[in-house]
Design a protein around this ligand. Structure first.
Ligand code: NAD
Length: 275
């Protein structure tokens, strides 16, 4: 069971999309792999970007399995030259850029601030925030020249409410504000910029450390008592990058089963303290 939809409606027919972090460990679906496959199935030609060549190759296989068109660029999106190369190779291959999804992300630890490793903190900000700035820097000119486009930044509910992470949360919160400011700056170019804040999503990224008890606790944290998967994020992403969302700009849409409307898990832990 891959979760790949059985039919597509051509909602991105004629579009060219770049998705960063398009790989995932093994055969499973992270949000980048799911978005790449869904966008391809809906008619987009997709540039898949990841630093992990093996993971990218598996994503490309999935695209080929549904007859979608795409190519892979192995790159580190914290590196400006790599980001410039991604945009250039996409233009060379497909002639335009309509959609950019900044999906890469790494988690950071949750240490007390006096034990913070500043190099590690900087790295999380470089991957989760600066990469989006660099990718926008090199893709916006092509979008502007083509009359517009759609940028989607994958934030997190950890950027909306606090989970006690000194790097991950702040990086994802800044990504939401970057989204708003970019929307204001480039609305006049016909470029829409939105963000998604995924909640408790079961992907290969969390598979490695997530126990069954942790998964059950994550489910209990939201009113729907569900855990999401990569397809939940991909389907919301499809809406935001498609022309169906032509009047949606500068928003951050939570895809979290309602976790953020009942408060953070930390608030619930504090509420259940004895005394
Ligand atoms: N899984 C969750 O519960 C969850 C919740 C909220 C937000 N998110 C966010 O969603 C996004 C995707 O999460 P996922 O769980 O699918 O992750 P994932 O780890 O499965 O996929 C991320 C991909 O990004 C790639 N990558 C990391 N750093 C890179 C770099 N510098 N250059 C190029 N590629 C790089 C990795 O190789 C990996 O293939 C991330 O931004 C994450 O923060 C995930």
């Amino acid at each position: 069971m891959t979760g790949i939809p059985e039919r597509f409606l051509g909602r991105l027919a004629g579009k060219v999309a770049i998705v960063t972090g398009a790989g995932a460990k093994g055969d499973g679906f992270g949000t980048g792999r799911a978005m790449s496959v869904l966008f391809g199935g809906e008619g987009a030609r997709v540039c898949l970007v990841d630093r992990d060549q093996t993971a990218l190759a598996r994503s490309l296989d999935y695209l080929a399995e549904i007859g979608a068109e795409g190519f892979a660029v192995v790159a580190d999106v914290t590196n400006a030259e790599d980001c410039q190369r991604i945009a250039a190779e996409t233009l060379e291959r497909f002639g335009k850029i309509d959609i950019l999804v900044n999906n890469v992300g790494v988690s950071g630890g949750a240490t007390p601030v006096d034990e913070i490793d500043i190099a590690q903190w900087r790295h999380v900000l470089d991957v989760n925030l600066q990469s989006a700035v660099l990718m926008a820097k090199y893709c916006v000119p092509a979008m502007r020249g083509g009359g517009g486009g759609a940028i989607l930044n994958i934030s997190s509910i950890a950027g909306v409410v606090a989970y006690g992470s000194l790097a991950y949360g702040p990086s994802k919160a800044a990504l939401v504000q970057f989204t708003r400011d970019l929307a204001v700056l480039h609305g006049g170019d016909g470029i829409r910029v939105n963000a998604l804040a995924p909640g408790h999503i079961y992907t290969p990224m969390v598979e490695g450390f997530m126990t069954e008890e942790m998964r059950a606790a994550r489910r209990k944290a939201g009113p729907l008592a569900l855990e999401g998967d990569a397809w939940d994020v991909a389907k919301a992403a499809l809406f935001l990058v498609s022309d169906d969302a032509a009047f949606v700009n500068g928003v951050c849409l939570p895809v979290d089963g309602g976790v953020t409307v009942v408060g953070s898990t930390e608030a619930m832990r504090l509420m259940s303290r004895p005394g």
